[in-house]
Ligand binder design. Structure first.
Ligand code: SAH
Length: 340
């Protein structure tokens, strides 16, 4: 059998014992390569203002009902960073909708400088603020950002076109990933799993894509249809259970294929299953991103409906033989290897 067919058959597997074996194999690979530590990244969703109109996303520009647009102040964002530092999270992720104007980039750059200064450089700063011109990525890198998360969403260009309006370009997104890598960032990408029109072959191609672009970090999760979006109103090809199981299998296969990357157990997994993140952590994931956004903004950062944010203290990592890596940066081993 070709590699591709083997991967497809793993994604098709229905036998619970064989699925458990796949997760166990991925878990021992994680433990051999990365140990049993789970790295923390405090997630601050600092603005839901967005210039883009992605058909799947609940904070797309043309969504008007049910949410209020907000941007946290510099002071509020810095307070979150100080909290993450005090709690020994090791890294902080600043995430938002996409705004590419120069004042916005300068605003973010100043905040980053301030965060690094006031935490003595003991906190890695990670950004997830979308597709920006190369020059903006350069400015943010100089300000002190270490990592950047930008999902390709799907590596199938035709499917990508069906998920976005005509002025959103797959090639542009690819270029953004290349720019980030050239500029020396630790780069993360990922896809949504169980999209309408997405095949198992597409998902296997996503794994090959991660390998071919030599990515350092992966964040993937089930696609969650939101009725306030065009894609959420379409006929769906997968149900929640299928999307969730496919997501765990994708984590396991990504670990076995890529070995030394960091892989996140994502919020979307925790939304579909109360123990979804723990399951992912025993199937190849080694990173969690607890939300530390101030409460008053939670309701409006609705990239999909019924988003569930699992508090760190309600996760029982000792029961799955994992330990939180308090105070560690948790840089991806893959990055360390490819740059030394
Ligand atoms: N504006 C930033 C951050 C986007 S939010 C950017 O473009 O990178 C982070 C991720 O949430 C997206 O990349 C997408 O993969 C995911 N997401 C958006 N809508 C979703 C949905 N309905 N279901 C599941 N994941 C979704």
């Amino acid at each position: 059998m070709q590699d591709k067919e083997i991967y497809i058959s793993k994604l098709q597997e229905q036998d619970p014992d064989k699925i458990a074996d796949l997760y166990a194999e991925a878990n021992s690979c994680t433990e051999n390569v990365c140990g049993n530590k789970v790295f923390l990244r405090g997630l601050v969703e600092f603005s839901n203002v967005c210039e883009k109109d992605c058909y799947y996303c609940g904070v797309r520009r043309s969504r008007f009902q049910g949410i209020k647009r907000y941007t946290m102040s510099a002071e509020e964002i810095i307070q979150c960073a100080l909290f993450a530092h005090k709690e020994k999270y090791g890294s902080i992720v600043l995430q938002s909708g996409e705004v590419s104007s120069k004042p916005r980039i300068d605003f973010v750059a100043r905040i980053i400088e301030k965060i690094i200064e006031s935490t003595n450089g003991e906190l890695r700063v990670v950004l997830s603020i979308g597709e920006l011109p190369r020059e903006a990525y350069a400015v943010l890198k100089r300000a002190g950002v270490s990592r950047y998360l930008l999902r390709i969403e799907t590596s199938n260009e035709q499917l990508y076109k069906q998920l976005h309006p005509a002025n959103h370009s797959f090639q542009r997104r690819m270029q953004a990933l290349k720019d980030l890598k050239d500029l020396g960032y630790q780069v993360g990408t990922g896809v949504m799993i169980g999209l309408p029109g997405q095949t198992l072959e597409d998902l296997v191609e996503d794994l090959f894509f991660f390998r071919d672009i030599d990515i350092d970090m992966i964040g993937m999760g089930p696609y969650l249809p939101d009725k306030n979006t065009p894609l959420g109103q379409r006929q769906q090809d997968y149900n929640d259970e299928q999307r969730l199981t496919l997501s765990f299998k994708m984590v396991a296969l990504a670990r076995l294929m890529l070995r030394d990357v960091n892989i996140a157990a994502t919020t979307a997994m925790g939304t579909l299953h109360p123990r979804g993140k723990e399951i992912a952590l025993t199937a190849g994931a080694n990173v969690i991103m607890p939300q530390i956004t101030p409460k008053q903004y939670h309701h409006n950062y609705r990239i999909y409906d019924n988003k569930v944010n699992i508090a760190l203290k309600s996760m029982h990592l000792d029961k799955i033989n994992k330990q939180i890596a308090w105070g560690e940066y948790g840089d991806p081993k893959h990055f360390v290897k490819r740059t030394t």
